[in-house]
Design a protein. Structure first.
Length: 88
């Protein structure tokens, strides 16, 4: 994945954690949805940065204002000022 230099100046606006898939999700002010996978075994929180794996991100048209994780179905709802996008 090539790194977009503008991502370094983006600000996180909201976060959610999917307990089932152990993925941390962050929505940004520039409309990105970022994902990190918790690679630890069991239910422990990662102690080292190496215990998180960066996953590919998505870019939306507008700032992300909210994120909701579906219960056990692999769905994610991402809210902007006037839309909600459902992602699998």
């Amino acid at each position: 994945m090539s790194e977009d230099p503008s991502i370094l100046n983006d600000k996180i606006a909201c976060v959610a954690y999917d307990n089932r898939s152990k993925v941390l999700i962050a929505g940004t002010k520039e409309g990105r949805v970022l994902f990190w996978k918790n690679m630890t075994i069991g239910s422990e929180s990662p102690q080292e940065s190496e215990q998180w794996r960066v996953l590919p991100f998505m870019t939306l048209d507008k700032p992300v204002l909210g994120i909701s994780v579906g219960r056990g179905n692999g769905l994610l709802a991402v809210r902007s000022s006037d839309t909600i996008k459902i992602v699998t």
